[in-house]
Design a protein around this ligand. Structure first.
Ligand code: BGC
Length: 735
């Protein structure tokens, strides 16, 4: 501090306040500091702040940094290089404005947690927040100031590879998860943007998950009502939680690429929601306005994106190469540039980069993969596991079992456990399923591991050995599914079947008549109808992360009673997709008995497993649903309560879900919408009453005049263990 004050008086005495040393009078508010700095910046320096480079140490980039022409880097995880770049920015550039380093810490940095879709299945925002806090801590320790997460895109189509990165199909759950993640990453109260925190980035604004045919980057056709009711709320929730940044998507919505949508980026985001952070484009999405066909060249692309509300351009250089010319030609006002720069500088100040621009290279070793982080990863892995079927009670496996056949291409795969966007996760730190099981089973238990086949391809050479292993074992666990590279960005699939010959492998092993557990490791819902029909026990483990093997072994051997529930509908076949629980009723709702109704001639219309579905090793009985009062006014709350009893033999957690249907509206309303849930722990025999309170505020939607209102009338109430299996009642909302 002393040095700072001395330096300040020295510089003041020279009447130049060289920001090369980042010196600001003590007590200045962030706003004042930003304005002070902005005054000194040349137009080129301002535009430099709006450029995020993907390049690292090349001479040309170092020169750009020194000239103040780069504001940010993405994807730099070499702390030495990061500090080198930062040193040039802070000590060699004219104004010394620090760079901000962004990275895709999506579900963990070095400690990799289950994919977000798996985390969502925990229905545990508090745990998700802790996971985010650890991800922030590890990232920041390694010089990452800003993470491109959470992804809050609603996904109703399992073909879309990026379904793995989000929280599933439900807006309410995704909104809670969005807030939890933002809080975990950025902190709150005194901890806001503390030394272990990073700036969060809600992405991909907006509607990206609605890609037609589930094909990544594809066109999205979304009505205003659906946009506002389904796709936007998780973003708004994240903004309310204080998210520092937002990333625009690659997609268009109804003819307007979102990276050039003033309606989304300015009118709604700034105007309606009051967002005051900055917006970054997605990777080259500004330049992609050219192939989208709304810009003739990079100049026009840059102009359109800027005027729409993109503050920082990721990777492409439409801004860097063209904006100053446009200002000089009076084609855009410098004020627009100033506004974007203000927003960027504000975040740089807020996360402490001006005070502390460098990362300590000695820090990561004591932070990354800390034992507490691994413990949390194990906890999240087991809470994200979903028991899909357990008819013969094969699970949990007794620890006294004498032999286990562990078969399948994912049983001993390290890489695949981490899933898409694994941060800087290292395969060698991963606990495989084989290791997790070996660690838990008794020393006498013989584990017969056989890979059997690859995830993809048609080689069946390993089948015979797999069958042999099954024959000599008491139980068979088959770890099958998708490799880490089969979901995520640019990894859409046209089929939702188990890839390769994995199903054939299961069929062969099944012929042995041994009890089989299928352990499904996947980045998306798969159409496992055959497995569901033929195999008694199915456990869904997603891509469970660094501690996946341990977390899943905890479930297999009953040290943890599974409680996860799916947040994306599992279809029977790919032809049903998109399929989601909060659909409309139609004028001809599907019916078994009536032919001319909304159904298929070659498939049932219902999903294989509905939204919110998941079993436990115990059973829960619901009774005594009460709705009180049964008539409420717009100002009055209604209380909904239900008794839930653990009717089985072991303690377990249950996720009690509340759905509501607005029976008649001025526009059609979904057949049900999740409005609340609670995860409760019940000892065996224990009973708890779970209560929810609803107000008219939670019943609002965009009516026929596009006003966000609750309409009077009857509301059906459904409370239960998933979106289908519910007790029902009703109440009336009066004017
Ligand atoms: C993805 C973003 C990601 C960015 C930076 C893009 O291709 O769509 O989600 O944050 O790359 O890596």
């Amino acid at each position: 501090m002393k040095i700072r004050i001395k330096l300040l008086s020295f510089l003041l005495s020279l009447s130049i306040l060289s920001a090369a040393q980042n010196v600001f009078a003590v007590g200045l508010t962030t706003e004042k500091k930003v304005e002070e700095l902005l005054q000194k910046m040349t137009l080129e320096e301002k535009i430099g702040q709006m450029y995020q480079s993907r390049d690292g140490g090349q001479d040309s980039i170092l020169k750009l940094v020194q000239k103040g022409n780069v504001g940010s880097f993405l994807g730099i995880t070499d702390i030495i290089l990061r500090n080198k770049l930062q040193k040039i920015a802070v000590e060699k550039s004219r104004l010394g404005i620090p760079l901000i380093f962004g990275f895709d810490t999506i579900h963990g940095y070095k400690t990799v947690f289950p994919i977000p879709l798996g985390q969502a299945a925990s229905w545990n925002p508090k745990l998700a927040e802790k996971v985010a806090a650890v991800s922030a801590k590890e990232s920041r320790s390694d010089g990452i100031d800003w993470v491109f997460a959470p992804m809050v895109d609603i996904a109703r189509d399992a073909r879309w590879g990026r379904i793995a990165e989000g929280f599933g199909e439900d807006t309410y759950l995704a909104s809670l998860m969005a807030q939890a993640k933002v809080r975990g990453l950025q902190g709150y109260g005194d901890g806001l943007f503390g030394p272990d925190k990073v700036a969060a980035c809600l992405k991909h604004y907006a509607g990206y998950g609605a890609a037609e045919g589930g094909r990544d980057y594809n066109t999205c056709e979304i009505s205003q009502r659906t946009l506002r009711e389904i796709y936007l709320p998780p973003f708004q929730a994240g903004v309310q939680a204080g998210a520092a940044t937002i990333m625009s998507g690659f997609n268009e919505i109804s003819g307007v690429p979102v990276t050039a949508s003033r309606f989304l980026l300015t009118d709604i985001l700034r105007g309606e929601w009051g967002f005051d952070g900055f917006v970054v484009s997605d990777y080259t999405s500004v330049r992609e306005l050219i192939p989208h066909g709304i810009a003739i060249d990079e100049t026009q692309a840059g102009k359109k994106a800027l005027l729409a509300g993109i503050d920082m351009e990721m990777s492409s250089r439409c801004y860097l190469n063209n904006l100053s010319r446009l200002v000089r030609q009076d084609k855009i006002s410098e004020k627009v540039i100033d506004q974007a720069v203000r927003r960027i500088l504000r975040i740089k100040f807020d996360i402490g980069l001006f005070d502390n621009p460098y990362a300590d290279p000695n820090k990561p070793s004591s932070v990354l993969l800390h034992k507490d982080h691994l413990e949390l990863a194990r906890e999240m892995a087991r809470q994200s596991v979903v028991l899909l079927k357990n008819t013969n009670g094969i699970l949990p496996v007794s620890k006294d079992i004498k032999s286990i056949a562990l078969i399948g291409p994912l049983a001993d795969s390290r890489e695949d456990m981490m899933g898409t966007w694994k941060g800087v996760g290292d395969a060698e730190d991963v606990v495989t399923i084989l290791e997790g099981i070996q660690d838990k089973a008794s020393a006498e238990c013989k584990i017969n591991y056989v890979k059997g086949c690859d995830v993809k391809g048609d080689l069946i050479d390993g089948f015979a050995q797999a069958v042999e292993a099954a024959k000599k074992s008491d139980v068979v666990i088959m770890a099958v599914g998708e490799s880490e590279k089969m979901s995520g960005e640019a990894h859409s699939r046209a089929s939702l079947d188990l890839p390769g010959v994995q199903r054939e492998l299961i069929e062969e092993v099944q012929k042995t008549g041994k009890p089989i557990v299928v352990l499904l490791l996947t980045g998306r819902p798969l159409a496992i109808t055959w497995i569901d029909k033929n195999i008694p026990t199915i456990l869904l483990g997603w891509h469970p992360g660094t501690q996946g093997g341990n977390g899943i072994a905890d479930v297999i051997f009953g040290d943890y009673n599974p409680s996860g529930k799916i947040t994306a509908t599992f279809p029977r076949n790919v032809g049903q997709v998109p399929i989601y629980y909060n659909c409309k009723n139609t004028g001809r709702p599907p019916s078994e008995s009536e032919y001319h109704t909304s159904r298929y001639i070659d498939s049932h219309w219902t999903p294989l497993y509905p939204f919110g579905y998941g079993l436990s090793y115990t059973t829960f009985h619901y009774s005594n649903l009460k709705v009180s009062p049964d008539k409420i006014s717009m100002e009055q709350p209604v209380t909904i309560s239900v008794d839930v009893k653990n009717a089985g033999k072991r303690a377990g957690e249950e996720i009690v879900q509340l759905y509501v249907r607005d029976v008649v509206g001025s526009v059609t309303r979904p057949v049900k919408e999740l409005k609340g849930f609670e995860k409760i722990l019940l000892k065996h025999g224990e009973k708890k009453t779970v209560s929810f309170t609803l107000t008219a505020e939670q019943l609002k939607f965009y009516n026929i005049d596009n006003q966000f209102v609750a309409e009077s009338g009857m509301f059906k109430v459904m409370v239960g263990k998933n979106s289908v299996d519910c007790l029902e009642s009703e109440f009336e909302l009066t004017k």
